[in-house]
Write a protein that binds this ligand. Sequence first.
Ligand SMILES: [Zn+2]
Length: 258
Amino acid sequence: MKRSLHFFDFGITLLVLALIAHSTFAPRSRMWGPVFSHASRHCDSVAVTFDDGPNEPYTSEILRILKTDHAHATFFLIGENALTYPGTVREILRDGNEIGNHSFTHTRLIEEGGSKMAWQVDHTQDVLEQITGVAPRWFRPPYGTRDPRLFPKTRREDLRVAEWSKMSRDWTKPGVDRIVSRTLKHLKPGDIILLHDGDNTIHGGDRSETVAALPFILAGIRARGLTPVTVSELAARSGGKYYSNRTDWRDSKPDPTE
Ligand SMILES: [Zn+2]
């Protein structure tokens, strides 16, 4: 009896650990707080997002491609990179795109103490507001990881948390064709597409594959009758409703047969 109780406890512990891991890492879990990972499936748009910049020359190349296509995107900026390229940050907004807060140094926030976590949010918000005169409305945590301490801090800065529903793992440099096909495969209205103009760090990184893939991704979005927009625009076109259900989490993973 004692022995089986032990196994029972072990099973419960495993289950709880799995639940905590999912709530922390899955882009669509809203257990720790509300998360925007996709919009209504009946809207006419998808959001295009770029993380980890600014990172030149790639951010400016991306801006040129978006402008040519009359497309808009949200750039989740690392505060320290924004200080390196303040002109690029202003350029993003001049073109009608949106900036979001992606922490100051791109650390795993769940490994930080509460005050350091707050600083990562607040200081980046201050830096971006000083550079542009505009306070970002969205926060995307580095690596998408969240825990219950994060949401009071983002709420205090009037930030909403945005994740994604579609990714190509472009940061692994899988080749232009794969970035395009992984993004467009099963793309649905309301999706939030994750791409990168930086490299998970404050040291830049080569994003030429993502830049080369972008015109094909935009063409694919248009071919499906959808409009590429910012996260705020997507939320507005979705009637302010947004979702974080987990049913199609699988869609974000690359096709194992590739
Ligand atoms: Zn990032």
